[in-house]
Write a protein that binds this ligand. Sequence first.
Ligand code: SLL
Length: 155
Amino acid sequence: SRRLKNITISRPIIYGNTATPLTSETRTPSMPTDHTHLWTVFVRDPTGGDLSYMIKKVVFKLHDTYPNATRSIEAPPFEVVESGWGEFEIGIKIFFISESSEKNISIFHHLKLHPYGIDPAKLTEADKNHVESIMYDELVFNEPTDKMFEVLTSR
Ligand code: SLL
C-alpha cells in the first residue's frame, strides 16, 4: 500500500471515564466489599459513531490490583466497566486497522472517582452521583496509506 506524501488527515476522539458511587442497588455479591465506585473508561467518537472502521482494538491497562489488569477490547464499544475504590493512571493503547500501517498510540488517563475541583459549597447531589473526566483529542495521520485515506474520507 502506497503512502500519500504531503497529506495529513485527522479524526477526533474522546476518551476518559465516568464514575458513580456504589449503592445497595448497584452493588453485586461478586464485588469486593471495599469497592466504593462503579466506573467506565472508554474511547469514543465524539458524535457517538462507531470507530471500528479505523480502530481495530483498544487495550486498557488497569492498576495491578485488578485481576487480568490488561483488558483487550477488540470490538466496539471500546470500553471497560469496573468497580473499585481508588483512582489511578489507566494506560490506553489504540491499535488501527491493519490496512493503515499506522503504529499504535499510547495515552494515559487518570481515573477520576471523586468530585474534586468544584467549590464544595456548590457541590450538588448530582455532582456527587456522577463524576466524569473526558478529554477531546485528534488522531493525526501523516502521510496515510492510500487505503487508510480512502477509509477515512469515504465517510
Ligand atoms: C494507589 N491510587 O496509588 C492507589 C491505587 C488502586 C485501585 C488504586 C480495586 C482493585 C480490586 C481498586 O480500586 N484498585 O480490588 O480489584 O495506591
